[in-house]
Design a protein around this ligand. Structure first.
Ligand code: HEC
Length: 459
């Protein structure tokens, strides 16, 4: 009797254990492209691996995936691809590109078994939309002036001006920067200047870009003729459109983040940064605008901790050669807020970064953890639902840096003292200087926010 009970308990235990890992267990015996592989690849790989995408080769048809099957099995097993630096055991985000163990095992089995196409699998292909966007069909496309890039080994920075003219003031639900040469465009920070009627006769006069060298960051854009005709400054919507490697533009549902765009406006890039390249090429980047008839329901704002932000870095970000160091920055919010996105930003010496919030009642809310910082993949991570933080909450971010030769990304051999360079009146954007920013988008809290899904309909 007794032994039966133990036996039953054992079986139940095994059963429970088994159930616990059930979602990982679903690896089909004979996976096919049509039924199993295409859905994984088209969702997690093709958005970058497509013609003129961010990745070096397309994975959009059976033939292309089959040809690379062994490598794909390898890079997914190592979790090198798809790049998703945020730890999914810590927090989850919209559009997470993260394969389950079962998906990885399915790919491996499919490759081992010789890449069965499945019914009609040879004909399956992922169609990138004719317009290049992660959101949908843009209502307006504004090209940047093309930039000729010669082979060179240094970073290049430009201030750019992209004027736009509409027939009337218009609601914008999303705005997106599309890199023309995604392997060279390192980042773009864009603000929108809006002109009152009659404030400026001609806002579309050249020059449309100027190359900048050190000492000219955060200038008042005097080189680009951006001020009102009477010398005053037009209204500036700060940080309206940003691009970093891997960033996909965000479009929130329910009118969140919609803003009014004046009839006469200019997108100002301060700055557009190209990394070193070894080929001659022409970059034709552009801006997509998405309009809506619906006025905004909620205003979104940005909060930046760390370098150039609202809170100091402790200890200050100066990293001695041949040392590893830890730094943190914290900020107390004075109103109830709902967080929408988080964007951690470090440069090449970054090793890890974490962000969490401590509520007045002592509860900790996990925001994001990137245990292995990778400079190449810096997303604006959107929470699945707004994260409510009551007034008095502390937002904390902690980062680790490695300024030794053990860090393969250390640009200095031998290592030298590196840190924020604030002497230009702004932080240096050069990858060789270090930065530590923890950037959040939020709105003022309203009851029910925590139940709202942030998955955009068009995604
Ligand atoms: C966010 C964009 C992005 C996504 C999503 C992505 N890749 Fe990549 N992939 C890249 C880039 C960029 C490179 C080239 C740079 C590199 O190797 O890191 C690359 C390289 C590769 C390579 C070559 C690696 C090597 O060692 O030469 C393979 C294979 C690959 N990806 C497969 C995949 C697969 C399979 C998926 C989906 C499961 C995927 N990628 C998802 C951007 C992406």
């Amino acid at each position: 009797m007794r032994s039966t009970r133990i036996f039953t308990a054992l079986i139940a235990g095994i059963f429970l254990l088994h159930c616990g890992s059930q979602p990982e267990a679903g690896v089909p015996d004979k996976p096919t492209f049509a039924d199993h592989i295409a859905p994984i690849v088209f969702k997690n790989c093709s958005p970058c691996h497509r013609d003129s995408g961010a990745a070096p080769f397309p994975l959009t048809t059976y033939e292309q995936v089959k040809k690379k099957a062994k490598t794909i099995a390898k890079v997914t097993a190592k979790r090198y691809m798809p790049p998703w630096p945020a730890d999914p055991a810590y927090s989850h985000f919209v559009g997470e590109k993260y394969l389950t163990n079962a998906e990885i095992a399915t790919i491996a089995r499919w490759a081992e078994q010789g890449c069965a196409p499945g019914q009609n699998g040879e004909n399956l292909s992922w169609k990138a939309p004719a317009w290049r966007s992660n959101i949908g069909k843009p209502d307006m496309v504004l090209p940047l002036q093309a930039v000729e890039l010669l082979p060179n080994l240094r970073d290049r920075f430009f201030l750019v001006k992209i004027p736009g003219l509409l027939t009337r003031d218009t609601w914008v639900r999303a705005i997106e920067f599309v890199a023309g040469a995604p392997n060279l465009v390192h980042h773009f920070n864009g603000h929108i200047l809006m002109y009152e009627p009659d404030a400026k006769k001609n806002h579309a006069k050249p020059p449309f870009n100027v190359e900048i060298t050190s000492g000219e960051y955060d200038s008042d854009f005097s080189k680009l003729d951006l001020l009102n005709d009477n010398g005053s400054k037009p209204f500036r919507l700060h940080s309206a459109v940003n691009y970093l490697p891997g960033v996909q533009a965000t479009s929130y549902p329910n009118g969140i983040g919609t803003f009014r765009l004046s009839k006469m406006f200019t997108v100002v890039g301060n700055d557009l940064h190209y990394g070193p390249g070894n080929r001659k090429t022409t970059d034709r980047s552009y801006i997509n605008l998405f309009f809506t008839d619906k006025p905004p329901t909620r205003e979104t704002r940005e909060l930046m901790l760390g370098t150039n932000g609202v809170s100091p870095i402790v200890p200050p970000l100066q990293i001695e050669p041949n040392t590893r160091s830890r730094h943190s920055t914290r900020f107390q919010v004075d109103a109830d807020i709902s967080l929408l996105t988080v964007n951690p930003h470090l440069h090449l010496l970054g090793k890890s970064i974490k962000g969490y919030a401590v509520k007045p009642n002592g509860d900790t809310v996990k925001l994001i953890s990137i245990p292995k910082w990778d400079f190449r993949w810096q997303y604006f991570y959107t929470f699945k639902k707004p994260v409510h933080l009551p007034a008095g909450t502390w937002i904390v971010s902690e980062a680790e840096f490695d300024n030794t030769t053990a860090n393969p990304n250390n640009p200095n051999r031998p290592p030298k003292r590196v840190g924020e360079r604030l002497e230009y009146g702004g932080a240096s954007m050069r990858a060789g200087d270090e930065m530590f920013q923890f950037i959040l988008t939020y709105m003022l809290y309203q009851k029910g926010d925590e139940e709202m899904s942030l998955e955009a309909e068009e995604r």
